[in-house]
Design a protein around this ligand. Structure first.
Ligand code: ATP
Length: 238
């Protein structure tokens, strides 16, 4: 599959019963890029990430990743190949400690010495998690749970990180903190596909963006152009 892209979604459609959630969408992501999907509630942003992670089946179209056709891969194989998904609503294991949540993020990798080093690396990125390493995840604040969810996703050493609404329900100061962490992640070589309601902030840290409307890509451009696009400003930048 000759493509220079790390991720290439071609003509992808996804249905939920009779509802067509994605209609022939095309998305490409180059290695090292941060790309944002913006769109109203129900536009199909989450479904796009779930299709890449193989948490929903594709009705038609292809998903190429790292020169492989992953359209029919089982979800675990997608993770093994370097795609990590940080779902909306955080989904940390509330009754497990911060440390145990991080260990679980490395379940595809057996070498415990390396896992320990990786956990320490996460604690460097997220010092708050180190302070709270023995605390039950369910007792963390919303922002700390979001940090834990991202750190856990990073434990699988992804090449491509799928982030679904990392700012959802968080106070502005924490949102800025999370976004600055995401911005720093790109310098470590992680490619990021981001879904965000806060389109303004998301585009500020992105290279490019796609606008999804009712399951269709209606616009794609450099993030700086989208930030200055009158239509986008009116509909999504408030
Ligand atoms: P939000 O920001 O509200 O999560 P979204 O852009 O992520 O919106 P999706 O969650 O991808 O949108 O949903 C796209 C469409 O598919 C919506 O019309 C939604 O109602 C529908 N949908 C999503 N999940 C299911 C499901 N499990 N069963 C049936 N329909 C679904």
């Amino acid at each position: 599959y000759p493509t220079d892209y790390l991720l290439e979604i071609k003509n992808l459609s996804v249905n939920y019963g009779g509802v067509q959630a994605l209609k022939n969408i095309d998305i490409v992501v180059k290695s090292g890029e941060v790309v944002t999907l913006i769109g109203a509630n129900g536009a199909g942003k989450t479904t796009t990430l779930r299709a890449i992670s193989r948490l929903v089946n594709c009705r038609s179209g292809q998903i190429y990743y790292d020169k492989r056709d992953i359209t029919r891969y089982p979800a675990y194989k997608v993770v093994q190949n370097g795609i990590a998904h940080c779902p909306e609503g955080r989904r940390v294991l509330a009754r497990q400690t911060v440390l145990d949540n991080l260990k679980l993020g490395a379940y595809t990798r057996p070498d415990s010495a390396i896992v320990k080093a990786d956990i320490n690396h996460q604690f460097e990125i997220f010092p708050r998690l180190f302070e709270r390493r023995n605390q039950l995840a369910g007792t963390l604040s919303g922002g700390e749970q979001q940090m834990l969810a991202i750190a856990r996703a990073l434990m699988s050493k992804p090449k491509l990180l799928l982030l679904d609404e990392p700012s959802l329900g968080l106070a502005p100061a924490i949102v800025r903190e999370i976004f600055s962490i995401i911005q720093n992640l790109r310098t470590t070589g992680v490619t990021i596909l981001l879904v965000e309601q806060n389109a303004n902030l998301a585009l500020q840290i992105s290279d490019r963006g796609y606008v999804l409307e009712a399951g269709c890509i209606t616009l794609t451009d450099k993030a700086t152009n989208l930030l200055n696009n009158e239509q986008v400003k009116k509909a999504y930048l408030g």
